[in-house]
Design a protein around this ligand. Sequence first.
Ligand SMILES: C[S@@+](CC[C@H](N)C(=O)[O-])C[C@H]1O[C@@H](n2cnc3c(N)ncnc32)[C@H](O)[C@@H]1O
Length: 239
Amino acid sequence: MEFPKSQKYNTPELLAKIMGPNPFKLQEEMLQNHKIPAGSTVCDLGSGQGLTSIMLVKEYGFKVYAADLWSEPQENRKYFDEMGLTDEQIIPVKVDATALPFEKEFFDAVVSTDSYNFWGRDPQYLDTKLLPFVKRGGYLYICVPGMKKDCHENLPKELLLSWTPEQLDYLHDIDYWREILSHSRDAEVISIYEMKGDNDEIWADWLNQENEFAMNDRKAMAAGGGKYLNFITFVLRKK
Ligand SMILES: C[S@@+](CC[C@H](N)C(=O)[O-])C[C@H]1O[C@@H](n2cnc3c(N)ncnc32)[C@H](O)[C@@H]1O
């Protein structure tokens, strides 16, 4: 698969800031044929250091709230300034996705890359914690790292080289997510599918980084653990 938009961001400086498998490529694939109008106010939920948020402003023309728990908004603001983005275009905020501090129906859309699996596994989450902040008819594009087939009862030894059973509990298959999403009364599930981008390529951009987390993840992937893993997108619309 080609990633024309991501190529602009795949510089050593920007890749040094990624927090997992290449988020630019994941986001680009997820947003192919998306239905969010340019100019929309979009929440990049779990935005990390805002790399995906920058891409959402520059490549898709959205006004973006870079909403994240573990990163510092002041640092993200400094970085957005360096990237030439104004306060009107991008707003960093520290949020817990389970207690969002916005007005009701504030966002036209939500985009989330490689984060939702941390907090969205509660079947009640969507209706009680997220959808109240999205306008009716608004789209949600969410992609998560997942498993081809849930195997939590018998975890492959390759995966256990890098991750504990507790960490692996963040990863699930499409059936698991379909079941979770089916509990929502307020979201229409437009689609849920395994992403087609080359897994090895998307992982390699991360594993090549010289930080302790990437180095830890190399063990499972070098042993062939990638064959159990995938990436999953779900597209939802608030009714
Ligand atoms: C693997 S990083 C992905 C960051 C970014 N989306 C990307 O792809 O580069 C996961 C992010 O989820 C965020 N996160 C975890 N729990 C969260 C919560 N309860 N509310 C908001 N963000 C959360 C963390 O702050 C972290 O930045």
